[in-house]
Ligand binder design. Structure first.
Ligand SMILES: Cc1cc2nc3c(=O)[nH]c(=O)nc-3n(C[C@H](O)[C@H](O)[C@H](O)COP(=O)(O)OP(=O)(O)OC[C@H]3O[C@@H](n4cnc5c(N)ncnc54)[C@H](O)[C@@H]3O)c2cc1C
Ligand code: FES
Length: 420
């Protein structure tokens, strides 16, 4: 069997390689070089010449997968793992989605989620990269190849129970699949007017959208898809409490990012944009009575603010601990707002943590490490985590080590399309 070593299974080129292998029907073993034990064994066997993608210890590939593909095809043929791509059978599996009342045809190698979204099916999802578990589904019929995903997103027991992640499932023939999440709110597509834009930090803006009286219900913590200016649609989380006439978003400028750059440099009050949603299952669970941990990184504060404000408005009285991870003081925002909330609600604790700047005023270090220092028994807690993929991943590890059950962890991974 083919053996692949990687430093990061989230690397887009690594994902492209594994998807392509799945399409070719090539089985493989994957080993994580970030695990020091694995690294030690591999170095003992092959020396130091390990690149981000190393196949069978002898092919060193790095850089964009597309550029490497011809070489990989030839070498796969040489070791008898596969035919070159030109002669690979073209398969277009059919996927039956009973909840949508549709049978869709996938591109070869396409995941069920990617194919469903491309056909406009409102399949529940968030990260699209096997990290959050929001696309968890039941495989009613057929066989799929499951690409790399976290244990949190889909546990061994769930797998044994016939569950899959649609964002990681490449059908190996016709399949029938049912998503597990039952949406609480109807999916809507609306034209909205920008009512205000203001800077929150040097790279985060707040935009407010006037719904013009159109209905748009959502649960605190959910997100919507925004499209404007002919640019690719992107997901942004609502920062306000549900049932208001306006929606609030906090949008960070991603360097060279298409949509966020447009929003930061060209969007003006009174412009109109298209909003679709709500999406996401990482929302406030009102029936939970144990303590709540809410962790935000950067503009991940948007859904956390919505969740915490809503919980307090609803009169939830259990301890609520909010951790806000940022690089430096200039990246912190809404401190006044959280001060006001902590003044009013003795059950709320708010802890900003700076990772890259010594500070006299704020705690410093990695936000997940701060949580590990402060909290160790999270058995009856519920956690909401939102922000960039590395921060969410590190936090998930800490929370699992502190005893948080995976059913009590609700994570929104702000992955960009190239990270999927
Ligand atoms: C569920 C969810 C909720 C989210 N909520 C929020 C939120 O509330 N606030 C927020 O600020 N963000 C949020 N995000 C992130 C947001 O959806 C966008 O991903 C983000 O704004 C970047 O979009 P963009 O079009 O500006 O960047 P993109 O154009 O997608 O680029 C992203 C990065 O990738 C690089 N890049 C682009 N193409 C390539 C390529 N071919 N090769 C290598 N690198 C490339 C770019 O240089 C850039 O650095 C959320 C994401 C998800 C999934
Ligand atoms: S695990 Fe599939 S969308 Fe996140």
């Amino acid at each position: 069997m083919l053996t692949i070593y990687t430093f990061s299974s989230e690397c887009p080129d690594f994902r492209a390689l594994t998807q392509w292998l799945a399409w070719q029907g090539v089985a493989y073993n994957e080993h994580d070089l970030s695990d020091p034990m694995v690294m030690k064994q591999v170095q003992a066997q092959y020396g130091d010449q390990i690149a981000p993608i190393t196949v069978n210890g002898e092919w060193f590939t790095s850089g964009p997968f597309e550029g490497q593909k011809p070489d990989i095809e030839v070498r796969l043929g040489q070791v008898g793992c596969s035919e070159p791509i030109a002669s690979a059978p073209m398969q277009s599996p059919l996927v039956h989605l009973p909840q949508a009342g549709q049978i869709i045809e996938l591109e070869p190698g396409q995941t069920i989620l990617a194919g469903a979204l491309a056909k406009g099916v409102p399949f529940p999802h968030c990260c699209r990269s096997g990290q959050c578990g929001q696309c968890k589904s039941r495989l009613i019929e057929g066989k799929v190849l499951l690409l790399d995903h976290t244990e949190f997103a889909l546990s061994r027991e769930e797998k044994a129970d016939g569950q899959i992640l649609a964002c990681c499932a490449v059908p190996q023939g016709p399949v029938s699949v049912e998503w597990l999440d039952k949406p609480d709110h109807p999916n809507r597509k609306l034209q909205c007017r920008v009512s205000a834009i203001e800077a929150l930090t040097h790279d985060i803006v707040r935009i407010r959208l006037d719904l013009g009286g159109q209905p748009f219900s959502f649960s605190a913590g959910q997100h919507a898809r925004i499209s404007l200016g002919g640019l690719p649609a992107r997901d942004y989380s609502m920062a306000n409490c549900p049932d208001q006439n306006e929606l609030e978003f906090h949008i960070r400028h991603v360097p060279d990012g298409k949509t966020s750059s447009f929003i930061h440099s060209k969007l003006n009050p009174d412009d109109s944009l298209t909003l679709e949603g709500p999406f996401g299952t990482s929302h406030l669970r009102q029936d939970h009575s144990g303590p709540i941990l809410a962790v935000a990184g950067g503009s991940g504060l948007a859904p956390i603010h919505s969740i915490v404000s809503t919980a307090l408005e609803l009169g939830m009285e259990q301890p609520i601990h909010v951790y806000f991870g940022a690089r430096a003081e200039r990246d912190l925002y809404m401190l006044d707002r959280f001060q006001l909330l902590t003044d009013r609600h003795p059950n709320l604790r708010f802890m900003p943590v700076l990772s890259e700047q010594p500070s006299e005023h704020f705690r410093t270090g990695i936000v997940s490490a701060a949580i590990a220092e402060d909290l160790d028994r999270l058995q009856d807690w519920k956690a909401y985590v939102s922000g960039p993929p590395p921060m969410v991943k590190a936090t998930m590890l800490v929370l699992a080590a502190a005893g948080l059950e995976s059913r009590n962890l609700h994570a929104d991974v702000f992955s960009t399309p190239v990270e999927r």
